[in-house]
Every structure is written in C-alpha cells, then in structure tokens.
Write a new protein. Structure first.
Length: 270
C-alpha cells in the first residue's frame, strides 16, 4: 500500500499505543525475537509469498509479524518497505515491552534494506523514516536530537519528497518534524530550523492530497492547538470528529480510530 500513512511523531510525540498489553499474534513469539536479532526468516510457511499483495493482505488483517516475514521473503524494495512498516506498527501497538527494542531495530534494518534494494523507491525512504520515527518517539525529543535523529529524519523525508513530491506520508512526517522541532526550544530550532509555519504548510498539503484520511486528520489535529493558539482547538475537534465518522478500512485504521477517540477526549478535558 504505497503512500499510506503510518501514525508517528518523529521526534518524541507520543500517541496512543498498546505496547505493554498487546498480545503476540503468533504462537511462537520467541521465533520472531530470534529473527529480529539474527535477521533470519524462521517461518517457512510464510517465506513462500508469491507477491506483495499477499503480504499487504496480512498487514490489512492485522497479522503484522506475518506481513513482515512475507515482505522480507520477497527480497524486493517494496517487500522490505512493507516489512519495516509492519514491524514499526507492531512495535507501537502490540509488542510486549521486553520485545520492543528488538522489533524496532529490525524495522529500521528493513528500512535500510528497502533503500539499498532500490534507491529510486520513495516508499523505501518513507518506511525507513517511519521506523526511525518510532524509535525517536520512544527515545524522547532530547535524546533523539542528541543522537542526530532530527537530521536523519529530515534527510529521509527530503529524499522521499524528491522522488515523490505528492507523497502524503512524507508531508505528514515533515509537518510533525517541524512541529516537534519548533516545540523543542531555541537550540533545536537553531540546529535544524523547524518552524510552525512550515508544519502548517505540510499538513495542509497532506490534507489537500488525502482529505478523507483518518491518519492525516489525526496527525494534524493533535498538533493544531499548538500550531494555532486562536482557533486550533476548535478546528482540531471538528477534524477529529470528521475522521471518527469515516469507515475503518483495515486493522491498522482500527488502531487509529481508537487514537482518534482518545484525542477527542483529551481535547475536551482540557
């Protein structure tokens, strides 16, 4: 599903997740942990994937670990990109705490593989930045900046947009990047140049490109109150309620739907 947008704050923004309470979707999670560490494909039944569509179907049904194995087994840039996406989403919403590090490290490896396999594939760069963004979120803004992740995220997003100027996810990612940098203080702004105005430009472009996307509306709405001190809260509530009314198309959007419900409650409680 090229161009679809994972929900991710790129420099430490935390959205709703279920990392500690989610249950593994396979009977042998130890196998997955070993695969994450060793880079092995340990599911022979899955390794026979004939097409990317098979892996995408597993993702759509919420079988994220299986989707990752199927994608990796293809040995293509799109396959590795889907593996990176599947592992990053699994890490955020379902992975037990003790497995999180191994899963997200494997997601970043798959992102790197996707870029190596085809440096002209915008989705490869985008899913690479998605995985790095999930890692940066857990690390926190200050740690992420100290490790130079702010620059890495920016470079990957720029590479994505250079290849595909209308990549919705990359515009959302840049919106989050600018918003997070702008909120991180003078030093971060001086280092990277993140600006609220640029965040709005990217969010508005993403909304223009995908006006019916739950993810776009969620990511924009959760930052609107800070980006627009005057009418941001009211517009954010309208956007969230519109997104909630949209149908849920797959397992990932089901998680986003609950994120939306949480975001509405948080805004109304302020």
């Amino acid at each position: 599903m090229p161009g679809e947008i994972p929900s991710a704050g790129y420099l430490g923004h935390v959205s709703r997740g279920n990392a500690q309470t989610g249950k593994p979707e396979m009977s042998s999670i130890q196998f997955t942990r070993l695969a994450a560490v060793c880079g092995l494909v340990l599911f022979p039944a899955y390794a026979s994937a004939q097409s990317i569509e098979e892996a995408r179907s597993a993702f759509a049904e919420g079988r994220f670990l299986e989707a990752a194995e199927l994608g990796e087994a293809l040995g293509t840039s799109d396959g590795y990109a889907l593996a990176a996406r599947s592992l990053a989403v699994y890490a955020h919403y379902k992975a037990p705490e003790e497995e999180w590090d191994e899963i997200i490290e494997r997601a970043m490896e798959m992102g790197d593989e996707a870029v190596r396999a085809d440096s002209t594939n915008p989705e490869a760069f985008y899913q690479s930045v998605h995985a790095v963004g999930r890692y940066a979120k857990r690390a926190g803004t200050i740690t992420a900046l100290r490790k130079g992740l702010g620059g890495k995220v920016r470079d990957l997003l720029e590479a994505t947009l250079a290849l595909d100027p209308d990549h919705v996810g990359a515009h959302i990612g840049f919106g989050g990047w600018h918003a997070d940098i702008a909120a991180s203080g003078f030093i971060a702004r001086r280092m990277y140049g993140g600006r609220k105005e640029e965040a709005v430009v990217h969010y508005e472009r993403a909304l223009e490109l995908a006006p019916e996307s739950k993810v776009v509306m969620y990511e924009y709405a959760i930052r609107l109150p800070e980006l627009d001190k005057d009418g941001g809260r009211e517009r954010a509530l309208e956007m969230l309620e519109k997104a909630i009314a949209l149908p849920v198309r797959d397992a990932y959007e089901e998680y986003i739907h609950f994120d939306l419900l949480d975001a509405v409650k948080e805004l109304k409680d302020r």
